[in-house]
Write a protein that binds this ligand. Structure first.
Ligand code: ASP
Length: 440
């Protein structure tokens, strides 16, 4: 996103307002408490079914459908503009390509790490299988009507081939998200290659679509406290206390994954590729980390990150400006990891067995989603809802994680921003020759 767009996006952030955060937390706790009481004292009462079928179920469904409705325009516009801007600075083309390659490789490492951890630690396993299956069956019907999980039936090589859509309109109507993302990337590359007045206008218009979609998601999110109450009620009335234990395990695995990337992968990149002391780097970037943690928005942290790159890390301005501006939307390691852990956790929770090819599908989407997720508080949520539908996990599951999302958002955003600074440091140290050339 350009800085203007970043600012607008930050304004239109899905769940950026403090009061809404509190309401969401209250909705979460109240729904959980009501559900646990029901589970403990009235597990088999007939009225519980009626409440779930006619009140709490439909409210949650409407909320999810509103989110789904906006996901395609949001993802498409974010990806197109993100890619198009990677090549915007013509003089920095080689740096642009290096940034793109770096982003894909490091996001790939991040997602692989997080998916390996969930498989190893299995935080979602062990809930009552009968209850999970029942919920899955209910949710599965709903999910199918919202998201036609076209990818479900495909395996192996055909899954790979289907990433390239033969008809982009039907890919969109099937909610075939990987195919739509592929088209968006391709379109973004096209916008890079043709730079005329009209393509500039087109890019502006697509950026406009992004801003409108963000604003509308912001409106839909106002319903979140009520929807979350309903989700939590439905889930905890069915799963009881198990739910709390699983949720704690989920938070633990997300934090562990983020920590490994931050204190394992990043120091290695700094030390061996950028030849910079990791300790010094972390000390220099403290200000940006604190800002990212407290705002939960990469875009809102951009000005601070730019200042840190200039004043503390002393990186060349041209590279820092380029890498950080793009990275605020496109290089989101923390987000990609979080999305991977969440989707697999919920699959385990609901007893959905994901084959190796399903997991590779999730990995690919998460790498792309790291590029396509808006750098604003809660930017991951609509993307996760869509991926869940794509792999046959009830999208209602998202209610389970919403209550703990703000805290995890703060942590993953810190990783996103530090990751951008690591990227800027690595690209600077490997691009000194390019910088010596006069700019075109
Ligand atoms: N809050 C994140 C960011 O701004 C995006 C997300 O994962 O929700 O970087």
């Amino acid at each position: 996103m350009s800085t203007d767009a970043s600012e607008m996006a930050a304004e239109a952030s899905p769940i950026g307002h403090g009061r809404l955060q509190w309401k969401i937390l209250i909705g979460f706790i109240a729904g959980l408490a009501a559900g646990l009481l029901t589970y403990t004292f009235a597990r088999d009462a007939a009225w519980v079914d009626t409440v779930v079928t006619y009140i709490t179920g439909p409210v949650g469904q409407i909320f999810l459908r509103l989110l789904f409705m906006l996901v395609i325009p949001l993802l498409f516009s974010a990806l197109v503009v993100g890619i198009a801007e990677m090549g915007e600075v013509r003089a920095l083309r080689r740096i642009g390509i290096r940034t793109l390659v770096y982003t894909i490789i490091v996001s790939g490492i991040a997602v692989t790490l997080s998916i390996a951890l969930v498989n190893l630690l299995r935080p979602g396993r062990g809930v009552d299988p009968a209850a999970a299956q029942e919920l899955l069956a209910q949710g599965g019907d709903n999910a199918r009507s919202i998201v036609q999980a076209s990818t479900e039936a495909q395996t192996g090589i055909s899954q790979l081939i289907n990433i390239v859509p033969s008809n982009v309109v039907s890919a969109m109507s099937d909610n075939d998200i990987l195919a739509v993302m592929f088209f968006a990337l391709f379109f973004g590359v096209g916008l890079l290659l043709v730079q005329t007045r009209r393509t500039e206008q087109l890019k502006d218009a697509i950026e406009g679509v992004f801003e409108v979609a963000m604003r509308l998601i912001g409106l839909v999110i106002q319903l979140a406290p009520y929807a979350i109450f309903c989700f939590m009620f439905n889930l905890s009335a069915q799963f009881g206390w198990d739910l709390l234990v699983k949720l704690a395990a989920f938070v633990g695995v997300v934090l562990l994954a983020l920590g490994l990337q931050m204190f394992g992968v990043f120091p290695l990149l700094l030390k061996f590729v950028a030849r910079k002391s990791p300790l010094e780097f972390f000390r220099d970037t403290r200000e940006a980390s604190v800002m990212a943690f407290s705002t939960a928005s990469s875009n809102a942290t951009l000005p601070t990150a730019l200042r840190v790159a200039h004043d503390e890390l002393k990186l060349p301005d041209r590279i820092a400006r380029f890498v950080l501006t793009i990275g605020a939307t496109a290089n989101q390691n923390g987000t990609a990891m979080f999305e991977g852990v969440t989707v697999l956790f919920l699959a385990q929770f609901f007893g959905v067995d994901l084959s190796l090819s399903d997991q590779i599908f999730v990995m690919l989407i998460c790498i792309l989603a790291g590029i396509g997720t808006a750098g604003v508080p809660g930017g991951s949520l609509p993307v996760i809802a869509l991926i869940l539908g794509g792999v046959g996990v009830p999208p209602e599951g998202i209610g389970l994680i919403l209550g703990v999302d703000r805290f995890l958002d703060m942590c993953r955003t810190t990783l996103n921003v530090v990751g951008d600074l690591v990227c800027a440091q690595v690209i600077s140290s490997t691009s000194s020759a390019d910088l010596a050339e006069p700019s075109a």
